[in-house]
Design a protein around this ligand. Structure first.
Ligand code: PGA
Length: 263
């Protein structure tokens, strides 16, 4: 069985004090449970707040992490003349376990390509961290009926040259761009259909073991009121949450509602 993941993407929000307060609000909730009872909780603050939040180890002796930390981006090279960039090694050094790559905002505003996302994924896995590889279609692509072929192309390129062992550990987030930050969630059955399609693409480019193990999340206006239905679907393994992750109450409720149906 795949352990669900609830990941909060804080995007370019929160100064250090607010980041610390929000993190503490989530930690307070998580501390009522052991890591085994909880979904994998992943928090992705800005680079400047990575040092104020920290991986919280479970105190029950299970060696699990109750809250893991993610970065929202990275560079694929280890070091060098890349002004403004941060390497995987640096993110590992500060305690990150996951790195989000290929978010639609990075593709749209920073011209990130599938080739760059593939290099980032390889670099992340080589350092023993977990990539959260984002994919998704625009409204125009959906209306043109090319959702599946577009996403299949993104996934094939992102996973090119990556071993089945590494794919097994990876995470994919399916985020229809028209659902991000709009309040419009993708119908749960449709999200599940696309995610099952992505799983089949993984089966095709890798193998069945990798396809059955990789965790594939849904993202796009996830709220406490939508998560139960989403998590009840066979192929949806969790959520990448933007807006609703910026308040401890709503993020904790998303975790609690996930635990009702899926941990
Ligand atoms: P949203 O963002 O939950 O605010 O729609 C999701 C994301 O961009 O990861």
């Amino acid at each position: 069985m795949r352990k669900p993941i609830i990941a909060g993407n804080w995007k370019m929000n929160l100064l250090q004090d607010d980041a610390k307060a929000l993190f503490n609000g989530i930690k307070e909730f998580a501390d009522k449970y052991t890591a085994v009872q909880l979904p994998s909780i992943v928090i992705a603050p800005t680079f400047t707040s990575l040092s104020v939040v920290e991986n919280v180890k479970c105190d029950c002796g299970c060696a699990g992490t109750k809250i893991a930390i993610a970065a929202q981006n990275c560079h694929w090279e280890t070091s060098g003349a890349y002004t403004g960039e941060v390497s995987v090694e640096m993110l590992k050094d500060i305690g990150c376990e996951y790195i989000i790559i290929g978010h639609s905002e990075r593709r749209q505003y920073f011209s990130e390509t599938d080739e760059m996302i593939n290099k980032k994924a390889k670099s992340i896995l080589a350092k023993g961290l977990i990539p959260i590889i984002c994919c998704g279609e625009t409204l125009e692509q959906r209306e043109a009926g090319i959702t599946d072929s577009h996403i299949a192309g993104q996934i094939k390129k992102a996973l090119e040259g990556i071993s089945a062992e590494d794919i097994k550990k990876s995470v994919i987030a399916y985020e229809p761009i028209w659902a991000i930050g709009t309040g419009k969630t993708c119908d749960a059955d449709e999200a599940n259909r696309v995610i099952a399609m992505i799983r089949n693409v993984v089966r095709e480019v890798s193998n069945s073991e990798a396809a059955d193990a990789i965790r594939i999340l849904y993202g796009g206006s996830v709220k406490p009121s939508t998560i139960e239905e989403q998590m009840s679907k066979s192929d949806i393994d969790g959520a990448l949450v933007g807006g609703a992750s910026l308040k401890a109450d709503s993020f904790n409720e998303i975790i609690a509602n996930t635990m009702k149906v899926a941990v």
